[in-house]
Design a protein around this ligand. Structure first.
Ligand code: NOJ
Length: 562
């Protein structure tokens, strides 16, 4: 397996709207990020992934782009962006931009042209279909943000496809002119010195010909259904990615990660195997779907370690020889990891560190989401109006306002799974608005900011922050953490995830307790071979009762000898 920068890197994701405001309008911006670069440098990350900063009417906070080659007014100017790039590079940090090319905004000039008439040269940049003779939709696909995936456009009397909101029309990748225009736009940024691209729902760009309706047993006529099997990992996706690679990516030294909901290990190999020249990594979703019931994301069901370990293990083994894993436990679309997989009360600090250990010691490239490094937690806003996310509001309307569902139960699901959990402003200090803004924040702060904030973390040598710093530097100094083979131990244990990483005679043992009670590990041979505990999330002055017992949420990384 080739050794390369992007395998050794640790990536930090910034959601610009919520990171740091510099001008008091309550919205984070580029100048705000620039003012925090020393903080990122101190943490030690190698790459910053910036969620979209392009011009956008913000129906979906920038994931609806109206001009791919300019910056959103609230965030600043192209000049500010250049300063950010230079500021990162001056600190040895690379910049990964977010590329949203499955869809654009309906306010993009291409769509404005496209909807203007059936024979406009841009008509075919998007996916238009006539309705049925009795006004039926072109097919029964539901949008990922609730309701039908089709919107009727009065002007020409046809429907356009939008897998996300109606302000996010899907681009028609079948059209070579569209593809060429996108490649040109990518070159625009890469020529400016961008080092990496995260590609939004990139496995949805190829739809099955004919756009067939989805049928499931028990589906009533006219009922909407998720049509994922007709647009995820579709028939031409690999052809498109290989073309993109040939036309653009191969001409630059660029790090790539594709967001691929619904991708299996087999799909991921096709996307990331080095000899296929597509992408370097993908974000798989299986571990993020772990607490979704048959009714989907909002049908919250309990998860357990066995399920989580089975998934992560499958991906570790599956991509061991071909491909490469991305490692993440949360991002701007997911609840906070410590609230979801750890314990955000009594064991917040300990369990955040345990999860951080998992993130940095599995084989793959770790992605940290802003605030994770100080152990930020989910919020439980009491009012629906406190939430701003379009996904939450569309779902609530469908389920409760129109569907007569239960308000309390739905609000509870939002508390557990809503994307705004991750989007509350970054907590910098304990002053009003946590140092995020001097104005009124666009989304309320998590009330726990007085206790959980960067200032506190930097002042406490035992903080989650310094633990991340140590893990990041361990990866830099010990190739076994990057390239070592992964092997699972204790495959049946209900609460312990244990594995080794081995490289050229060096063998490390990782022990993680996922539970709030002490657990015994039956690994005599390995424990006898321990020569050094490299890192652990319990303070040294609090030694364990015995080697075999892992304390609540304890994590240990040990070097083995002999
Ligand atoms: C995935 C992005 O991560 C999410 O935030 C966005 O809403 C959808 N793609 C649509 O672009």
């Amino acid at each position: 397996m080739n050794r390369t920068f992007w395998k050794e890197a640790v990536v930090y994701q910034i959601y610009p709207r919520s990171f740091q405001d510099s001008n008091g309008d309550g919205i984070g911006d580029l100048r705000g990020i620039i003012s925090r670069l020393d903080y990122l440098h101190k943490l030690g990350v190698d790459v910053v992934w910036l969620s979209p900063v392009y011009k956008s009417p913000n129906d979906d906070n920038g994931y609806d782009i109206s001009d791919y080659e300019d910056i959103m007014d609230e965030f600043g100017t192209l000049g500010d962006w250049e300063d950010l790039l230079n500021g990162l590079h001056a600190r040895g940090i690379k910049l990964m931009m977010d590329l949203v090319i499955n869809h654009s905004s309906d306010e993009h000039a291409w769509f404005v042209e496209s909807r203007s008439s059936k024979d406009n040269p841009y008509r075919d940049y998007y996916i238009w279909r006539p309705g049925g003779p009795n006004g039926e939709l072109p097919n029964n696909w539901s949008s990922i943000f609730s309701g039908p995936a089709w919107e009727l456009d009065e002007k020409t009397g046809e429907y356009y496809l939008h897998l996300f909101s109606r302000k996010q029309p899907d681009l028609n990748w079948e059209n070579p002119k569209l593809r060429e225009a996108l490649y040109k736009m990518m070159a625009f940024w890469l020529d400016k010195g961008v080092d990496g691209l995260r590609m939004d729902v990139i496995n949805m760009i190829s739809k099955v010909e004919g756009l067939p309706s989805a049928y499931y047993e028990g589906l009533a006529p006219g009922e909407l259904a998720g049509g994922g099997q007709y647009y995820m990992n579709g028939p031409r996706v690999h052809e498109y990615l290989q073309e993109m690679n040939r036309e653009v990516l191969s001409k630059y030294n660029v790090m790539t990660v594709g967001e691929t909901p619904g991708a299996t290990v087999e799909d991921a190999i096709l996307y990331t195997a080095e000899d296929r020249n597509e992408l370097q990594m993908v974000f798989q979703f299986e571990h993020m779907d772990i607490d979704s019931g048959p009714g989907g994301k909002w049908n919250v069901t309990p998860w357990n370690l066995t399920k989580l370990r089975d998934i992560l293990h499958k991906w570790q083994v599956g991509l061991a020889d071909r491909g490469w894993n991305s490692l993440y436990l949360n991002n701007h679309d997911q609840p906070r990891m410590v609230s979801r997989f750890g314990n955000d009360r009594e064991y917040r600090v300990i369990s955040a560190k345990m999860l951080a250990t998992l993130l940095h010691t599995l084989k793959g490239t770790p992605y940290i989401y802003q605030g994770e490094e100080i152990g930020m937690t989910n919020v439980q806003f009491p009012q629906l109006e406190d939430y701003k996310d379009i996904e939450i509001h569309n779902m609530y309307k469908e389920k409760v306002t129109d569907g007569g569902g239960d308000h309390e139960a739905t609000l509870k699901a939002i508390h557990v799974k809503g994307r705004d959990n991750a989007r509350t402003p970054m907590q910098w200090d304990s002053s009003p608005n946590a140092g995020f803004t001097e104005g009124t924040p666009w989304l309320k702060l998590n009330p726990r900011y007085e206790e959980i904030n960067v200032e506190q973390a930097l002042a406490d040598p035992d903080s989650v922050f310094y633990y991340y710093q140590k893990l990041i530097s361990l990866r830099k100094n010990h190739p076994v953490m990057v390239y070592g083979d992964y092997e699972l131990l204790l495959p049946e244990h209900e609460f312990i995830y244990a594995y080794t990483r081995t490289l050229e005679g060096e063998r490390w043992l990782i022990l993680l307790n996922f539970c709030e009670h002490p657990q015994t590990v039956d690994l005599l041979e390995e424990l006898n071979a321990v020569t050094e505990t490299v890192i652990s999330n319990y303070p040294e002055e609090q030694p364990a009762m015995d080697r075999e017992t892992l304390r609540p949420y304890e994590a240990r990384v040990c070097r083995l000898g002999g």
